[in-house]
Design a binder for this molecule. Structure first.
Ligand SMILES: [Ca+2]
Ligand SMILES: [Ca+2]
Length: 189
């Protein structure tokens, strides 16, 4: 199922061709996707004080079909909406760009690292992986023993310098070995 079912006209008079081109350069989205996402964003009645960059309360993300049940929604908000309580259209485009089919693996990997580094210390600890698994547990029925085995396996595979943490370069290496992980980092527009 497509992320949005919007049948509005794929037109906007808000942006000039040049501005749309700028958005295309700054994202991995096509012109059509950008206009479609703008129409979706506006359909939630945002604050249009600046019509080129409307603003919605962050709770708007909860209304999106693929996000309501996402166990990492708080982390997505943290990473993509740094001003916290609000989501601007530009924040929304950045987020949808990273989750788009066209975003390269290295970009997805970098955002995945930020999202799953729960204590924001730029390293994956055993606690970060435990938190990741806790959030997935509800879906996968993992026991604590399963979690410990997974954590041990991840560290055996990824912690190349055996310092007890997975650094970003180690995470990148892990992703090249297990590209499936990053497939979850996708949403249809
Ligand atoms: Ca961490
Ligand atoms: Ca390490």
């Amino acid at each position: 199922m497509a992320f949005f079912r919007v049948k509005k006209l794929l037109k906007t008079s808000v942006f000039s061709d040049e501005e749309l081109l700028d958005f295309q350069k700054l994202t991995y989205l096509t012109r059509t996707e950008i206009i479609k996402l703008y129409n979706v964003f506006c359909s939630f009645n945002p604050d249009m004080t600046d019509p080129k960059n409307p603003v919605l309360p962050q709770t708007f993300l909860l209304l999106m079909p693929e996000l309501t049940v996402n166990p990492f929604l708080d982390r997505m908000m943290k990473v993509f909406c740094p001003q916290m309580r609000f989501v601007t259209f530009e924040n929304f485009l950045d987020m949808m760009s990273v989750f788009s089919e066209a975003a390269p693996i290295n970009v997805k990997t970098s955002y995945a690292f930020r999202m799953y580094d729960f204590d924001d210390d730029d390293m994956f600890s055993r606690e970060d992986i435990q938190e990741l698994l806790n959030r997935l547990k509800a879906h996968n029925h993992l026991s604590q023993k399963d979690c410990e085995e997974i954590i041990n396996y991840v560290f055996l595979e990824a912690d190349l310098d055996t310092d007890g943490f997975i650094s970003y370069p180690e995470f990148e290496q892990l992703i090249t070995k297990s590209p499936d992980f990053i497939h979850a980092f996708k949403m249809r527009i």
